[in-house]
Design a protein around this ligand. Sequence first.
Ligand SMILES: [Zn+2]
Length: 469
Amino acid sequence: MPVRRWRTAVVGGVATATLLAGAAVAAPSSGAGTVGSEGAGDPYFPRAGNGGIDVVRYDLRLDYDPPSSPRRLVGRLDGVAVITLRTTQRLTRFDLDLRGLRAERVRVDGRLARFSHGRGELRIRPARTLPAGEVVEVRIAYGGRTGRPRDLGGALYGWVTTADGAMVASQPDGSSTWFPVSDHPTDKARFRFRVRVPEGLVAVANGLPVDRTTRRGHTAWSWHAADPMAPYLATVTVGNFRLDRYRDRSTGVLVVDAVDRDLPRSAAAGLAATGDMLDFFERRFGPYPFAAYGAIVDDDDLGYALETQTRSLFSGAAEEEVVAHELAHQWLGNHVSVERWADIWLNEGWATYATWLWAEHAHGRPARRAYDAVRAIPASDPFWHTVLADPGPRGLFDAPVYDRGAATLHALRTRLGDRDFLRLARLWVWRHGGGNAGTAVFQALAEEVSGTDLSGFFDAWVRTPRKPA
Ligand SMILES: [Zn+2]
C-alpha cells in the first residue's frame, strides 16, 4: 500500500457506527416559521450549513498577522466578510457558522443587525423581516486569534496557524474557523479574496490571481474563484511561496503553482506530471471543469493533502500518486460534490480509483492488481466492517472509504464493461457537475447506463458491513 498522504485512517468501523447513532438523534428539524434552521440537515454535522438561506457569493477581505515567534503558533486574523445570499424562506432570523473568532458588527443591506454568537452559530436578526426569494448583502466585521484547530478525528484542519503563515484545509466543516459561512457542500458559492499579509509573504487562494499591491510594509493579494465552490474547498494559504504560472499545452488549462521556497526542488517533482494527468483525466471524465488549476506545496505538515478547489494543497511534498488523487477530485468531489457527508466514498473511492487508472496508463501497473490487493484482505479484517455508504462522522477518512471505494468502482467496471463504465463516469460528471449527488443517484445512473438492476451489487458493496462474495 502507498504511504497515505491524504486524510488518514482514524477510527475503526464499530466505534463510528455508535457515533453515527448519536449524531442522528441530534439532527435539527428543518427551519420552522421565520427562523432559518441552524444546520443544513446533515446528520453527521447537524449544525454545519444553515437553513433559510442560499449563499451566492463570499467576498472575504482578510488581514493576517502570522506568529511573531515559531515557538508560539498563534496568529491574528481580522476580516470583513461581505456575503451575498438569497433567502429561501421569510426570515426574522438566520444563522451563519463561525467558530473561535468574534463577530464585531453585522449589517444586512447596510442596516445594523442584532446578533448573538454561541456554539458555533452566529444568529443574525435583521432590522426588518426578509421576504423569501430576496437577495441581500450581509456584511460582517470579525476577528480574533488563530490557533491550530482539529477535526473530530483529531487531525489539524481549518485555519491552521504555521510558523511562516497559515495552511488552510477545511474538510469537512472547518471553514467556520476562518470566516462566517454556510458550511455545507450543498451551499456552493463564488468567492473573492483580498488577503493582506506582511510584505514578503504570499497569500494563495482559489481561482485566478487578480492583483497584488504593496503599501507600508504589507502586501494585499487578490484572488477570484468564479466557479461555484463548496465552502470546505476554499483556502487561503500564507507562506514563503514561489509562484509558477503556465498554460498547459494539450488541455489549455491555466496552472498556477505555489511552492514553498524553503523546500528542496525535489518536493515538487510530482507536479511535473500535472499536464499529462489533466489530459488523461479529461479523456475519462470530460473537460477540466474550472477556470484554473495548480498546487500549493507548503513546508508545514497537516499530515495529509487536500483537493482545495482549483489549487490542491500538499504537505511537505507533492508525490505523483497524491497529485493524481487530488487532481481527479477536481471532477469528482469538487465539481460533483456529496449531497451528505455519508456519501464521502463517492469522492474518495473515485479519486483513489483514478490513481489506479493513472498508474495503469503511466506505469503499466494494471488496476486489476490494486483491486486484487484489496480483495486479498481477509473477511475477518475490520476493513470490511465499515458500511461504505455510511462510515460515520469519525470514519470519513478511514482506509475502507478509499480502498473499498475504489475496489467497488473496479468491480462495477468489471460488471458493466469498459465502455459503459466510462459512459457512467462521464455522465456522472456532466449531469451533476456544479451540484451535489449521493449514492442512490449514482446507483440509479449506473442502472440507467447499463440497463440492469444493480441493487444486489450496491447492497453487497456499499451497504453491508461484510466482505462482498
Ligand atoms: Zn481524497
